[in-house]
Design a protein around this ligand. Structure first.
Ligand code: SFD
Ligand code: AMP
Length: 625
């Protein structure tokens, strides 16, 4: 029996998609400018904002704070840091734009109630040059509360999963989606849209399958919605080849930043060798970037992977040594003991504030960080433009910093009119993290409201027929299941459809083996990528046969469709870039060297949804600072 679905139409001016760090920043800023300009704002999140997105579990550090007012660093310092970390490929205008505003966002967090560690003089405690320590278990709740207070509950719709954009006459005029709790299909008609639906996890096969499926560093509920939304809207995408592979405490993905930066811990292989020192000559091959401090994240990974590939693993974070060294610097045994206790509790809190499962793993494996080292490993690839990856939509820079090639009227607007992107959704501006993503959300929302006020876009006229077509497409997997599920004794095995879990495993296997995942030691080549694209074509054909048993699974169907768009874009971009620029993230075995003369450029992609075709091009990098 086909299920009855109500259609709910929501008319608004500014539509904010997502409820994470960027969307919360967008909400707070939009509320202010909307009141002044009589603009209606609506925010839609697939989950409950209090705990949605990457910061769901909380965080133990704010990774971007520039300290402009106290003269700790300049905007240019931050641009220099990001450019080098991304091996020269970065939009300096976008990074600068966030860097000059990020401190004010952090001050807002503090005003909203986020406890930031203070030293004896009342200054912020730094984890590293750019990072501040926080008691951040409730970080997301605090930021979401501010966003909710600013917008008002009547303008927030939770638990609605966005599937696709509405595009009319080359402009983005809204989005469609469905409730994950009720049989309701939503049509949001808007004058401008801020896309902030996070990055993508689960595109590649994770290290943990079966016994630990769903365990990953980045939250499993970010599944490529931003990338798919902007790709399907026809927006130009950038840095789709720049995945991020973090090194993490093995199997539970605990963060390493506090250990490396705050506790100044070393990582060694089983024999005690320190790859960062022993492998230093390798960095010359990646000059000039490899020779700058801090060594880019991908190269730190790479040096470690070289040891692992030579069979020198496991790799250990020498936690006990690091803690003891700090305690020993205290003047007397009593102070040393006190310090040791303090460090122990900080070590546990680091995990309890942001990766609780790692604390559980320590407990389950009888690990006391002050007594024995813990294993670390490179995770699987993720798509996270806000962290140390860079994938996302190509957006306009700010008028006062961007060169003409990077400016088209409204900062953070994609190449599709009326469609703005922030956080993981916007590309080539890495190292925004939680604070920078919130800041970019603020910038994008203010700009989107300026677009609405200045351009006065007409209300969208999407007709009923088009809406019915989108609705039928969105919910078709439910009917497909109902029609065929009784044709086999086990409904999980059925020649008429594919369930989302099976589909996801097929996608992950493809990416893992052909596009340089964990099992391929992050290595691929032109031939492997082309073969991967052959399989991708077949997978995409079969995606029309995705079936869902209930609303929850319908969400899983669409998550996988979104992941597939991200996967496809990734292969296309790696294939186009004929060099290896980020070893440690991926290695093109057929083009093993970095080629500054030909490839110090952005790779930008555009998808034509009508033809199902990609177009790739090189875009020059403009040096501003
Ligand atoms: O160090 C849909 N991050 C860290 N940032 C820091 O500042 N400090 C840290 O300590 C950090 N660490 C860290 C971090 C993340 C994670 C997961 C861990 C550790 C374990 C990075 C930041 O969290 C990240 O940069 C920002 O959160 C990015 O912000 P944004 O807004 O781009 O993404 P989001 O917050 O994940 O929100 C996404 C939202 O979209 C919703 N959504 N809504 C409707 N329809 C759909 N189809 C949707 N799909 C997704 C989500 O529900 C969510 O609301 S450290 O260890 O690296
Ligand atoms: P992580 O926990 O790895 O996400 O790191 C938190 C922050 O510290 C991020 O800004 C990282 O880029 C940075 N970081 C982590 N490890 C190192 C390192 N070994 N050297 C320099 N920066 C680091």
């Amino acid at each position: 029996m086909p299920q009855a679905f109500e259609t709910v139409e929501v008319q608004t001016d500014l539509l904010i998609l997502g409820g994470g760090m960027a969307a919360c920043g967008a909400a707070v800023e939009a509320a202010y400018w909307a009141k002044k300009n009589g603009v209606k704002v609506t925010l839609v999140d697939k989950a409950a904002m209090d705990r949605s997105g990457a910061v769901a579990m909380g965080l133990s550090a704010i990774n971007q704070y520039v300290g402009l007012k106290d003269g700790q660093n300049t905007m240019k310092d931050y641009v220099d840091y990001v450019r080098n970390d991304l091996m020269g490929i970065t939009r300096e205008d976008l990074v600068a734009s966030i860097a000059r505003h990020v401190d004010s966002t952090v001050h807002l967090f503090e005003k909203w109630g986020l406890p930031i560690w203070k030293d004896k003089e009342g200054g912020y405690v730094h984890e590293g040059r750019w990072q501040l320590m926080i008691n951040g278990e409730s970080y997301k709740i605090i930021v979401a509360e501010a966003a909710k207070n600013a917008l008002g509950p009547e303008n927030i719709i939770e638990r609605v999963f966005i599937t696709k954009p509405l595009v009319e006459g080359g402009k983005c005029v809204g989005a469609v989606g469905f409730s994950v709790r009720e049989n309701k299909f939503y049509v949001f008609k808007a004058k401008a849209v801020v896309c902030a639906m996070g990055g993508a996890v689960g595109v590649f096969k994770p290290r943990s399958t079966g016994e630990g499926a769903g365990r990953a560093w980045y939250p499993p509920f970010n599944s490529g919605a931003s990338a798919s939304f902007t790709i399907q809207a026809g927006a130009e995408m950038t840095c789709q080849e720049v995945r991020f592979i973090p090194v993490r405490f093995k199997d539970a993905y605990g963060p390493v930043g506090a250990w490396f930066l705050l506790f100044k811990s070393a990582a060694t292989t089983a024999g005690g060798g320190n790859y960062m020192m022993e492998r230093r000559p390798e960095l010359n091959n990646w000059a000039p970037y490899g020779l700058v401090k801090p060594v880019p994240a991908n190269l730190r990974n790479y040096l470690m992977m070289l040891d692992v590939m030579e069979g020198k693993g496991p790799v250990y974070m020498q936690t006990a040594e690091a803690i003891q060294k700090i305690a020993d610097s205290e003047p007397d045994p009593k102070a040393q003991k006190k310090k040791l206790k303090e460090l122990e509790s900080e070590a546990w809190e680091d995990f309890l504030d942001m990766t609780i499962s790692q604390a559980l793993l320590w407990a389950a494996t009888d690990t006391q960080p002050e007594e024995k080292p813990s294993e670390i490993a490179a995770a699987e690839p993720y798509f996270i433009g806000s962290h140390s990856g860079a994938s996302g939509a190509w957006v306009s820079g700010p008028k006062d910093i961007a060169p003409p090639e990077y400016f088209w009227g409204y900062e953070n607007m994609t190449t599709v009119k009326g469609l703005f992107a922030a956080g993981d959704a916007s590309g080539a501006s890495s190292h925004k993290f939680s604070s920078g993503s919130c800041t970019e959300g603020r910038i994008a929302a203010k700009s989107a409201i300026r677009y609405i006020v200045k351009e006065k876009p007409a209300a969208p006229s999407i007709d009923g027929g088009a809406v019915e077509k989108l609705k039928a497409e969105a919910i078709a997997p439910l009917a497909l299941y109902d029609e065929h599920c009784n044709k086999t004794t086990d409904p999980e095995v059925n020649p008429e459809y594919i369930l989302p879990r099976m589909y996801m495993m097929r996608l992950q296997k493809l990416m893992d083996e052909y596009a340089g995942g964990v099992s391929a030691q992050f290595t691929t080549s032109e031939a492997m990528l082309k073969k991967g694209l052959d399989f991708m074509k077949l997978l995409k054909e079969d995606s029309e046969k995705l079936a869902a048993r209930n609303l929850h699974e319908l969400m899983r169907v669409w998550e996988n469709r979104h992941r597939t768009d991200q996967a496809d874009a990734h292969i296309q971009a790696m294939l186009f870039r004929e060099e290896t620029r980020w070893p440690g993230y991926y290695f093109r075995a057929d083009k093993p060297k970095m080629d500054e003369a030909n490839w110090k450029v952005f790779v930008n992609l555009t998808y034509d949804p009508a033809k199902g075709e990609w177009a790739a091009k090189k875009v020059p990098i403009k040096t501003i600072f």
